[in-house]
Design a protein around this ligand. Structure first.
Ligand SMILES: [Zn+2]
Ligand SMILES: [Zn+2]
Ligand SMILES: [Zn+2]
Length: 166
């Protein structure tokens, strides 16, 4: 994960959040969360199963993976990217502020994902526009695909190399 907060600190915070919510962060749930926190890319449920085995030398049946991911989703520790069917840890687990509706910027080249919060006003305007068009949203999450900063820079350096400027 891209933030400076350590995985351990985030897990501690997640455990506190679970206590407040009256749910339990069982060892398996904690490990799945760790897998997602350790990843710098969004993961499919099968990636989670593979990495779980790699990191904890334990088998996680796909069914359990789905159940645990649903638990983590329901309690706001992870998000699901609907357009790619992948999971990503929430970057606000350690924050005390209220979670704004997230917007995800997804790099189509390296799969990096950035979670951004949308301002309430922007969202209201967007929703009003959608309402006026008579359209009903099934999913309110925004997922925007493009190129991340790093990949853009790579593009630029490629161009520079072509012109033998570097
Ligand atoms: Zn989030
Ligand atoms: Zn935050
Ligand atoms: Zn990228």
């Amino acid at each position: 994960m891209s933030d400076q907060i350590s995985v351990d600190d985030t897990v501690t915070k997640a455990r506190q959040n679970c206590q407040q919510l009256g749910v339990r962060l069982t060892p398996k749930r904690e490990k799945v969360l760790r897998v997602l926190l350790n990843a710098d890319q969004p993961l499919s449920a099968y990636d989670v199963v593979d990495l779980f085995k790699e990191q904890f030398s334990e088998n996680l049946p796909a069914m359990s993976a789905y159940r645990i991911l649903t638990f983590l989703l329901d309690n706001g520790f992870v998000h699901k990217l609907e357009t790619t069917n992948q999971f990503i840890s929430c970057r606000h687990i350690s924050c005390d502020h209220q979670h704004e509706p997230p917007q995800f910027l997804i790099c189509d080249r390296c799969n990096a994902v950035k979670e951004l919060s949308i301002g309430k006003q922007t969202l209201t305007e967007l929703n009003n526009g959608i309402e006026q068009s008579g359209f009903v949203l099934v999913r309110k999450q925004l997922e925007l695909h493009g190129l991340c900063q790093e990949c853009q820079q790579k593009d630029h350096s490629d161009i520079a190399l072509d012109k033998s400027e570097s």
